[in-house]
Every structure is written in C-alpha cells, then in structure tokens.
Design a binder for this molecule. Sequence first.
Ligand code: NAD
Length: 502
Amino acid sequence: MTETTVIPHWIDGARRPSTSGRTAPVYNPATGQVQAQVALADQAEIDEAIASAQRGYEIWSEYSIAKRQTVLFNFRELLNARKPELAKIITAEHGKVVSDAMGEILRGQEVVELATGFPHLIKGAFSENASTGIDVYSIKQPLGVVGIISPFNFPAMVPMWFFPIAIAAGNSVVVKPSEKDPSAALWMAELWKEAGLPDGVFTVLNGDKLAVDGLLNAPEVQSISFVGSTPIAQYIYETASKNGKRVQALGGAKNHMLVLPDADLDLVADQAINAGYGAAGERCMAISVVLAVEPVADELIAKIVERIGKLNIGNGASSPEPDMGPVITDVHRDKITGYIDIAEADGATIVVDGRNFSVDGHEEGFFVGPTLIDNIPTTSRAYTEEIFGPVLEVVRVKSFDEGVELINSGQFGNGTAIFTNDGGAARRFQREIQVGMIGINVPIPVPVAYHSFGGWKASLFGDAKAYGVHGFEFFTREKAVTSRWLDPATHGGINLGFPQND
Ligand code: NAD
C-alpha cells in the first residue's frame, strides 16, 4: 500500500471506494510512516451501508439453520488456513508482534468455533399442556441489522467477539472498525464472501464519529456492540438506549495484580512482565498496577527490573521477533509519556524510564520503553486513570484487605488477579472483589468463548457481556407463543375472565 491508497468500505459484498472526500491517515507505527489513508464515510455512504445490510438481513434470516451453519464452518476453515495473512496485516497497522497478532486471531477464532454450534444455543423451549389443551413455547429470532464498533487494539479479535454469533443467529452486521487499523475488517469481509455469505450480511463502514453517530441514529440498526474507552462507551450507551436500541458498551480498564507475601515471586515477576508489557500494554486486560503486600515489594521490583533489562523492543514484523512493538500513534505515545511525567511530578519513583526511547533504524517509530514506577500515590491521575501503554505501577500495601479496598475503590472493574498459594485468601478475593473477570495465579483472565467477557462498573455499560451465553441472548429476541388447537369434542363456551392456569 502507498500513502495514496484509500482503504474503502465493504458494501453489498464488494469493496466500495469512498466519494466522501474525507480520509484519515493509517500509520505503520514501527516506522512512523503514513502507509495509507482510510475512507471516512459521509451520510450518503452510511445510508447506503445500512440499506445494503437491511437487504442482506432479509435474505439471510430466511436461510435455514443448516445452510447458515455450512457458511460458518466454511468461514472457520478459511480463517484457520489463512490466518498468517491476517496477522501480518494487523502487525503492519497496529504494531504488535506477529505472534501476538496470531494470538488475538486465535482468541477470535474460538468465538467462530463456538458460533458453529449455534443451533443448540438459539433453541427455544416447549411446555406441553401448560393449561388444559394449551401449549406454550418460546422461539428466538434475530434482531435485524446490528452495529459493531471496535477499538484499535484488537482489530480482528474484538469484531470476532460479536459478529460470528450475530451472523449465526441470522442478523446482518455493520462493522465500524477503528480508523487507526481498518484493514483487518476488510480482509475478514473478503473471507466471508469466499465462505458463501450472501452480500449485505457483513458490511464494513469505515469512518469516524460521523459513521458511529449514523449507526446510533439509524432506525434500521437494532443493536450496538461497542468496545473502546470509557467516555465513548458511556456516550454510546446513553445515545443508543435513548434511541431504543439494545446496547452493550465495553469501556476502559485499570487492572491490578495483588501479590500476597506467600506467592512465588519469580512466577509473579514473569507474569507482571507478560501482562504489563505484552502488546505494549495496549490491552484492556493488561496489568497496570502491582499491589505488593509487604514485605515483598523490594524483592519483586528487583526481579521485574532484571527481566525488563532482557526485553527486546522493535518492529513487530521483524525476524527474529522482538518481545514488544511500538504503540499505535505519536499522539498516544505522548499521552503515555505525559502520564509518566505526572507520576514523577506527583512524587513517584521512576525505576525504569521508557520516555525518550528509540529503536535503531526506526527512529521515527512510535516507541515507548517498558516503564516501571514505584510508590505511585493513589491520588495521582497517573494511578486513577487508564494509561494504555507499557507502564507498570507498584503500590505497596500492608495487607490483603488494604489491597482489596484499593481495587474496589477504583472507577473500573474489568480484570484483576491475585497471586498466592493460599486457597482461602484466593476464595475471599473472588467473593469480595468488585471486578468482572478474575485471575487466580493467572494474569490475563480473558474467559474462553463459552464463558462471557465483560467487566463491571465503568468497564461495561449495559447488561450483556460479549460472547458466550450472553452473546446469544444479546443477538436474539424471544417470542413466547401460547397455542391451543381445538379438540372438536370439547371446545366452546364464552369466558371473559383473565386467562388462568387451571
Ligand atoms: P476509542 O474509544 O477512542 O475508540 C473506539 C471506537 O469509537 C473507534 O471505532 C472510534 O472510531 C470510535 N470513536 C472515537 N471517538 C468517538 C466519538 N467521539 N464519538 C463516537 N465514536 C467515537 O478507543 P481506542 O483508543 O480505539 O481503544 C482503546 C480503548 O478501548 C481503551 O480504553 C481500552 O481499555 C478499551 N478497550 C476495552 C476493552 C474491553 O473489553 N473492555 C477491550 C479493548 C479495548
């Protein structure tokens, strides 16, 4: 791709070049170069995408379960065979190392595999003879056109948290990818076409706030699945709800790891490195804060520092592969380093400083070095807010209770982890912590596809989590049917009373 390449939409089963005249740059974060422009939809393109999705829904929702299942299996096979291509696309636009890009595809593929078993999960229920001669049953039907709005950090996995289940259930989807790395969605659209999905069932609408607002305001769009930062998640939740849509809006995070004094500190240090610096900390389930229950902090910090010294940072596409790549943009890099400045100004100790970090041969790339901050005041904005970069903060606490209280007092409730060999403490943690996803000696507890993904508090607006049983509930709506087939021998009589179960 060249800078003049304009990444189009995918409408009606084909690439649809934009005529809006509006674009945004797509960078290669490792080199800092603009490698393409992405189309930003105008209202006419938004309307065209939604109209095509509505037509797609009308066709697709008439497909039998067996036919829909065949298309899903085809998509799964194609994805499984060709995922290395997708991983390279993700690395080129996002910057994460190729093996990590493969990791996100695999986690998305899990949801595709779950969705292939959808007939069992969208079955209704039947109660024979609920009242004399009366049967009651429920059926689950698709919603129609559903909108999916995704963040930059998982350009393949996050859309795959939603669309396999939405499509399996008979809906058509309009995906609005992040404008920072839009090509993964387009690649998956082409794969659906090859898998035999009818045109209009999978649409990619590239754009910015205008495209998002277009989806939020269109009466044809029945639901919104959003993943991104908390302020936007809240806006999406409020606007979509006001417009009568079903909505799930997953927001930001600030995940803590509570380390009890009995924990194996080598294991903890390894996991803090993996969960803190993997994908340059741009994961909503990254560990951002190590809560060290004294007296372990000094020893643990020494072990983390030793491991940071061995990390190799570079272009995620190079071979041999580095451990960590760049962050998404220069603006985001400056935001991250700005938080390190705030921590320092607020009196924290910068143990390892990732500011002013550069990689030989990639001086223009958007790199931040792995950063370790000790004694971060819990009143500092660098502690209370999400940084979303390779920055680990250490808070020294005196007890398990102090650690739990600190975690529960934060605005977010996405993920958390406890490291201990004490089963009783782990069990108390699991019961008392106000967080949606918990790891016990597991640092990034992203649930498997058949359990649902979602946080509490400012990390999720709405009732439904992503995928798993919640996913099937979200993308179907139920009808209850009460039916009587008259027995010619017994029917008849007028009764104006309220129906009773006699
Ligand atoms: P973002 O909120 O900036 O963008 C997300 C999406 O919203 C994008 O498609 C973007 O185009 C759109 N958007 C941005 N500003 C908008 C506006 N003013 N009005 C309407 N739409 C707008 O998030 P991001 O920077 O792409 O992603 C990182 C964030 O996502 C982090 O906060 C991270 O924690 C969060 N995240 C959360 C989860 C989770 O499961 N809870 C998962 C991944 C990422």
